[in-house]
Design a binder for this molecule. Structure first.
Ligand code: AMP
Ligand code: ZN
Ligand code: FE
Ligand code: FE
Length: 281
């Protein structure tokens, strides 16, 4: 088997393993190539790249950017092959972090107004990089306000939750442009999370993103059923788009997701090679 994982989170955002440990684990389970795709940050890339070199694993710098999209959907754009020293990228990720800081503060205030004893400081203490709702969820679990992270999202932090707050986001056009400016390719992550009514709608939305410069779609992902994989694979073939895949590993923050697998499905090495070929053009 020659499999890979192109969608992983570390402590640089809301994963629970360090960038080095994520890559080392990938090596241990026999992956031949990986990317680290932390939310709105490239903070883990240097460590991950160093570990990949030590482990003899092929590595692509990555990022996952949250973009504007109508509720109840979520639009995440993955960037692969970005230059982590790109000035524009550094500046824009800083802006994204500012938007998150502001939102985290608003969420904590809302929780406090609901009578929950929680301080922003407790949330920040759990995080080492990008701070997000999963960290707030973890504090709520630790304080026995809820029994697990999923419940924290359902009751408080997710869309429609009692303490839901949105964050400042880039438009899809801006996110794609930012990835291109840093020399990378832009991929629509886990299209099922767009929460569209049917494949016809999904096709339409993805085509609009292609018009904005999207280079590919994530075909294999832990949230994708076999039917979704089949649709996305044929869509990507039809429009000559890159196909990518990953587990969306978060360590114990998403305990059901295993590194290197998406619902028991391995991710083919050919995806990685095609991205590399495109980046070299
Ligand atoms: P944020 O980046 O702060 O908007 O948080 C989004 C992250 O929270 C996602 O990338 C997931 O890792 C996690 N997440 C979103 N919804 C849920 C959920 N219902 N249960 C558990 N984790 C979730
Ligand atoms: Zn996450
Ligand atoms: Fe995502
Ligand atoms: Fe992710």
């Amino acid at each position: 088997m020659n499999s890979i994982d192109l969608h992983c989170h570390s402590t640089a955002s809301d994963g629970t393993m360090s960038p080095r440990d994520v890559i080392a684990l990938g090596k241990e389970i026999g992956l031949s190539a990986m990317s680290l795709t932390d939310h709105d940050t490239i903070g883990g890339i240097a460590d991950a790249a160093a570990q990949a070199a030590e482990s003899g694993i092929d590595f692509l710098p990555g990022i996952e950017i949250s973009a504007k999209f109508p509720e109840p959907g979520t639009l995440h754009i993955l960037g692969y092959g970005i230059d982590p020293s790109n000035d524009e990228l550094t500046k824009l990720t800083k802006e994204l972090r500012g938007g998150r800081d502001d939102r985290n503060e608003r969420i904590v205030k809302k929780l406090q107004s609901l009578g929950i004893d929680i301080q922003l400081q407790e949330v920040l203490a759990l995080a080492q990089g990008t701070v997000g709702r999963p960290h707030i969820a973890q504090v709520l679990v630790n304080k026995h306000v809820v029994s697990h992270v999923q419940e924290a999202f359902k009751k408080y932090l997710g869309q429609g939750g009692l303490a839901y707050e949105d964050k400042e986001r880039f438009t899809a056009r801006e996110a794609i442009a930012m990835i291109h400016a840093a020399g990378g390719v832009a991929i629509c992550a886990h299209p099922v999370q767009l929460r569209l009514q049917n494949f016809a709608r999904m096709r339409q939305v993805l085509k609009d993103l292609v018009d904005l410069g999207l280079d590919g779609v994530e075909v294999i992902h832990s949230d994708h059923r076999p039917l979704d994989v089949k649709f996305l694979d044929s869509f990507a073939t039809q429009y000559k788009l890159l196909k990518t895949g990953g587990s969306d590993f978060h360590g114990s923050m998403k305990s059901k997701v295993r590194l290197g697998m998406a619902r028991q499905r391995p991710i083919p090495r050919a995806y990685f090679d095609a991205i590399l070929a495109r980046l070299r053009k």
